[in-house]
Ligand binder design. Structure first.
Ligand code: SF4
Length: 106
């Protein structure tokens, strides 16, 4: 069974500045600086730029403009920052520790 979705991890997307734009402008072509500049301008006024950028860096999004950064720029930032702590599973298994003298502890 999959863990339940955690709304706080995705609800920032409801406030995304790009929700009303054609998504194609965010997926830059290397040779189209104008298209990239338009996408970055939208990101520049976005209220969830930080969350978007963090998500894209952590997820390793390989394409497009996210949080005002290209894939190459995100890659550079990924290597500079500390890794986020691993998410705790809600279904973490715990096993009793069997004491060497025979009493179980949990
Ligand atoms: S930062 Fe840019 S790509 Fe990210 S949600 Fe905002 S407008 Fe969309």
């Amino acid at each position: 069974m999959l863990p339940a979705p955690v709304a706080s991890e995705w609800e920032w997307q409801l406030r995304a500045g790009c929700r009303t734009y054609d998504v194609s402008i965010f997926f830059e072509r290397e040779d189209d600086a104008e298209q990239s500049a338009r996408a970055r301008a939208v990101c520049g006024g976005c209220p969830v730029l930080e969350q978007c950028r963090d998500y894209a860096i952590d997820a390793g999004e390989p394409h497009g403009i996210w949080g005002g950064l290209s894939a190459r720029e995100r890659n550079r930032q990924r290597w500079r920052r500390p890794r986020p702590p691993a998410r705790q599973s809600q279904h973490q298994l715990t096993f009793p520790v069997i004491h060497p003298r025979g009493r179980a502890r949990s």
